[in-house]
Design a protein around this ligand. Structure first.
Ligand code: ADP
Length: 367
């Protein structure tokens, strides 16, 4: 067959499938077309539907055999067992249309199968390329974020170690020993912080394969928060809780999975509602923390969480004894942590017992 792009010809596609009846009709129409005088005036391409599902979908074909006239415009599809009769009816009109549109090479090219395929491939590749670029940028950003975060404990540990040298020269041996003890302790704490951060990073990397299947996109947090809050209006009203919102208008987008972040916000707000006595206050605030991070907080005026339990509640299947009477399974916060870690963010709780808890998490800014 000659390449489709070279001439202004009547262009026809014959779609067939494997059924015997279809094959029979297809052969009939092929034989008819091949027997025509005007062999130089048209091109026929025969396509097996199952091998070309994308094209069948493109032409919205529901039956086989189908004969699609793709040039000259407008596109026309003939289907059914009497294709020969239908073609006979249209043939002279089609040839006349080719002559009248004959000069328009660009129009002709637009309708070639190869062009359609290439355009579809190009579209898909462009999208994949954009997604990969976003992912690369995200990785760069995560690296910058981690370097930034690791620097604080590293600097603190370095200062402690440097100060240790000075402690050796202290005149009062008792004071020197005391100082050394404090500095060692400080350095150890900072090393532990770094260790935990590195563990978090490793877990986040694993999170990719842990069934979360993140769909990272540029995401606006403000409308998402407002939507989640609007779903909970009745729950707030039922306990006569006051809601305070502190979400800036000019918040940058984050790079996150909207559905999963919705789940995190919902979990935190449901907990805040559940664990805050009537007439309490719940505050949702978002802060553009650094160039790379946005920080979301959900604070309540509930009973708070004892210091020694603040890590445990994120472990999963852990509930405070006092809350065992409340409905729940102790998995909400573990899921929140898994989601946030998979975004290379952090989640934690600050709390003053008897006064309230403030759950916070960070997300990377979208650039
Ligand atoms: P669940 O609420 O189903 O028990 P979670 O994983 O969401 O599970 O929370 C774990 C535990 O942390 C809760 O059982 C509760 O003891 C404590 N907790 C969570 N959120 C709050 C909050 N806002 N105030 C006080 N305690 C909380």
């Amino acid at each position: 067959m000659p390449p489709l792009e070279t001439a202004n010809l009547l262009k026809l596609l014959l779609f067939v499938d494997e059924r015997a009846a279809t094959q029979g009709y297809a052969q009939e129409i092929q034989a008819y077309l091949q027997g025509l005088q005007q062999q130089d005036d048209f091109e026929l391409e025969v396509l097996e539907i199952s091998e070309n599902p994308d094209l069948a979908e493109h032409f919205r074909l529901v039956a086989a055999p189908s004969l699609v006239k793709i040039y000259p415009a407008p596109r026309q599809t003939l289907a059914g067992g009497d294709l020969v009769a239908q073609v006979k009816r249209w043939w002279s009109q089609w040839l006349a249309d080719v002559t009248s549109q004959g000069g328009d090479q660009a129009e002709s090219d637009r309708y070639s199968v190869t062009q359609i395929r290439l355009a579809e491939d190009l579209f898909r590749l462009k999208r994949e390329n954009a997604e990969l670029n976003e992912q690369l940028q995200f990785k760069d950003q995560v690296l910058a974020m981690l370097a930034h975060d690791l620097r604080s404990p590293l600097t603190a540990a370095a200062i402690a170690v440097e100060t240790l040298e000075l402690a050796h020269t202290h005149e009062d041996p008792e004071r020197a020993a005391q100082l050394k003890h404090q500095l060692y302790k400080h350095a150890r704490t900072q090393f532990r912080v770094m260790n935990r951060m590195i563990n978090d990073i490793l877990q986040a990397a694993q999170g990719k394969n842990s069934g979360l299947n993140l769909q990272l996109r540029s995401l606006q947090l403000r409308p998402l928060c407002e939507d989640v809050l609007s779903q909970l209006t009745l729950r707030f009203a039922a306990k006569d809780l006051t809601l305070i919102q502190d979400i800036p208008q000019d918040l940058p987008d984050v790079y996150a999975d909207g559905e999963l972040i919705r789940q995190v916000l919902t979990n935190l707000l449901e907990n805040a509602i559940k664990y805050t006595p009537p007439q309490g206050t719940i505050t949702v605030a978002i802060l553009h923390r650094t160039a790379q991070k946005v920080q979301v907080s959900v604070a309540d005026t509930g009973l708070g969480i004892p210091a020694e339990k603040r890590d445990l509640i994120f472990e999963g299947h852990f509930r405070l004894k006092r809350d065992e009477a409340q409905e729940g399974f102790g998995i909400g916060l573990a899921l929140c942590r898994k989601v946030i870690q998979a975004h290379y963010g952090n989640i934690w709780v600050d709390s003053t017992p008897q006064k309230g808890s403030c759950f916070q998490f960070t997300l990377p800014v979208y650039r």
